[in-house]
Design a protein. Structure first.
Length: 171
């Protein structure tokens, strides 16, 4: 897809569209019907049940669809009550480069999963397991499975290995 140098010059704006729960595919169908450029990255998921295995496609980023909309027609994306909000993209060049990267990864066929982006010192809260509610910070983002819990009075920290799905980044 060759995008114009700037969509804003053409009266278009890219949005990260936050769809209502389980409405991503319906919203993408609306964007197709309206002939608005959009992208919903889908991946194949395999579920194993007692007697059978089922394959289905699901959104890579649950709840999100990327859409390029003419500014004067923005209200049309809300017409079927499928959208919670539309967040305008501020740095279009970076966004389009990252979107191209996502498309390449999805098209590659490699197994992919979404991980939270942790940085050194990022405060996190444990949201699952026996340590539920404890807060700490990321010591090493290359190994986000561990957080450091501070014991300030002793000027010490405890490194605890916690599954990344049990961590929530704090503001």
């Amino acid at each position: 897809m060759a995008a114009p140098a700037s969509s804003a010059l053409a009266g278009l704006q890219w949005f990260v569209c936050h769809a209502k729960p389980r409405c991503e595919k319906k919203f993408a169908a609306l964007m197709t019907a309206e002939r608005f450029e959009h992208y919903l990255p889908l991946i194949v998921s395999v579920r194993h049940y007692a007697q059978q295995t089922k394959k289905f496609t699901k959104p890579l980023f649950p709840g999100y669809v990327f859409a390029c909309v003419p500014l004067e027609e923005k209200n049309r994306i809300y017409q079927q009550d499928l959208l919670a909000r539309a967040i305008p993209v501020s740095d279009e060049a970076t966004f389009l480069r990252q979107l191209a990267d996502v498309k390449a990864i999805v098209a590659s066929g490699y197994e992919v999963s979404v991980m939270p982006l942790f940085t050194i010192g990022r405060r996190v809260k444990i949201i699952g397991g026996p340590l539920y509610g404890l807060e700490g910070f990321i010591d090493d983002p290359t190994n986000p499975h561990g957080i450091v819990l501070s014991v300030d009075v002793l000027q010490q920290g405890l490194l605890v290995k916690v599954a990344v799905e049990n961590l929530l980044a704090l503001p």
